[in-house]
Design a protein around this ligand. Structure first.
Ligand SMILES: Cc1cc2nc3c(=O)[nH]c(=O)nc-3n(C[C@H](O)[C@H](O)[C@H](O)COP(=O)(O)OP(=O)(O)OC[C@H]3O[C@@H](n4cnc5c(N)ncnc54)[C@H](O)[C@@H]3O)c2cc1C
Length: 372
């Protein structure tokens, strides 16, 4: 006997789970499968032996300015309001990242600090985000000096560790994301809503998927699925894998997390400290900051970037280079020839999606689907 569904969704990450919910609420039957033994994709979290909430795939902070996305997710979770702060160590001093006016105060003596701050505000205005590449182009010698300092001390080594090649070899978007703030605001993000689901991301996903029209099957690989019939397929797995890598493999950067639980209440002042110099890791995350947990112990993770190797580690970031985008577009041409198959999410679209942008993309897709 074969089972019949109107929709098969591959992947219980935020793309697959939100899509499943939207279709289910339009009276469509949905089967959602995942090859992993748990839901949530890379947003999956769990409580470790010390009761600390751990983001298995690296620190995840939800943020959005979009009322629709915020209201939708708020149906499935309560939130712990959390303003993400990141620090980095330069010349043994801890400074806020993105680099801001208080980073200047910490690192530079007077009158240099005053000159940098005044010129930044004069040229770009107060409370602005100035992309580092724009600052580097400044004709003013002081601003150029500041730009070169930030570039060398915060960006250059970090980029090399994170991506495996120099900043100038990266696609423009990755560079554009690195700003200098002309303010004392020391939050990492600026969106109106910034929060962590309570009690956990995984519980939020459980609630999203909890609907009579949704069935979830874990430990289930798409290619091993037998006796299931469906009218439409939504695939949030890797697009190159779907086509058996016939055009070649799309490159990814991977991450390795080394977790340690320490017999002390606090390890560092904020959840994430970046290491922008020669250390082999890029950052250390201390998880208890996210939900302001008061445990006697603390759990941290060292983050080591590396190349993605099939069967050895996980895909994390698509590598922002023109040739990879071109290869992805060739897969997209193959995808367009398939009927009733939609590629979604960070792996299906070979794209860095924040959680909010993944949700937004699914909202847009559902608007275009016919019927529903
Ligand atoms: C280190 C790191 C930190 C991040 N931090 C933030 C943050 O702070 N804030 C933010 O908004 N975003 C953050 N993100 C982005 C966030 O992780 C993504 O937005 C999100 O994971 C995208 O979800 P997705 O559903 O598209 O993909 P995924 O979460 O990867 O889900 C895809 C699912 O499909 C399953 N699957 C794939 N192929 C198959 C198959 N063939 N058969 C069965 N199942 C399959 C996988 O097992 C997986 O569960 C971060 C990303 C990284 C890498």
């Amino acid at each position: 006997m074969s089972e019949k569904y109107q929709n098969l969704i591959v992947g219980t990450g935020i793309s697959g789970a939100v899509l499943a919910r939207l279709l289910a609420e339009k009276c469509q039957s949905v089967l959602v499968i995942d090859r992993r033994s748990y839901i949530g994709g890379n947003c999956y979290d769990y409580f470790d032996e010390s009761g600390i909430n751990i983001h298995k795939y690296g620190p995840h902070i939800f943020r959005t300015d979009d009322e629709g996305i915020w209201c939708f997710l708020s149906r499935f979770t309560t939130w712990h309001e959390y303003i993400h702060k990141v620090r980095t160590k330069i010349n043994s001093k801890e400074v806020p990242i993105p680099f801001n006016l208080s980073s200047i105060d910490i690192l530079f003596e007077e009158p240099k600090a005053k000159i940098f701050k005044e010129k930044l505000i004069l040229n770009y205005g107060e409370n602005k985000k100035v992309p580092i590449l724009e600052l580097k182009k400044s004709a003013d010698t002081d601003l150029k000096e500041l730009a070169n300092f930030v570039y060398e001390n915060i960006f250059s080594h970090y980029t090399l560790k994170q991506w495996g090649f120099k900043p100038e070899d990266l696609g423009g978007d990755a560079l554009a994301r690195v700003p200098v703030y002309t303010s004392y605001y020391d939050g990492y993000f600026t969106e109106k809503y910034q929060a962590i689901p309570m009690p956990s991301y995984t519980k939020m996903f459980e609630n999203i998927l909890n609907h009579p029209n949704i069935e979830v099957k874990l430990n289930t690989e798409f290619k091993d699925l037998k006796n299931v019939k469906y009218e439409r397929l939504f695939y949030s797995g890797p697009i190159d894998e779907f086509f058996d890598y016939k055009l070649g493999a799309l490159p990814y950067r991977s991450l390795d997390f080394k977790f340690e639980t320490l017999p002390q209440e606090k390890f560092q002042s904020v959840a994430v400290v970046n290491y922008t110099s020669k250390e082999p890791y890029t950052r250390i995350t201390e998880f208890k900051h996210f939900l302001a947990q008061n445990n006697k112990k603390t759990t941290i993770a060292y983050e080591y970037p590396s190349g993605f190797e099939l069967g050895k580690n996980e895909r994390f970031y698509p590598i922002p280079k023109q040739e990879n985008e071109t290869l992805y577009k060739r897969y997209l041409e193959l995808a367009k020839k398939e009927k009733n198959i939609y590629f979604i999410g960070r792996l299906g679209e070979y794209k860095y999606y924040s959680m909010q942008s993944a949700v937004s993309a699914v909202f847009e897709l559902v608007k275009k689907l016919n019927p529903v």
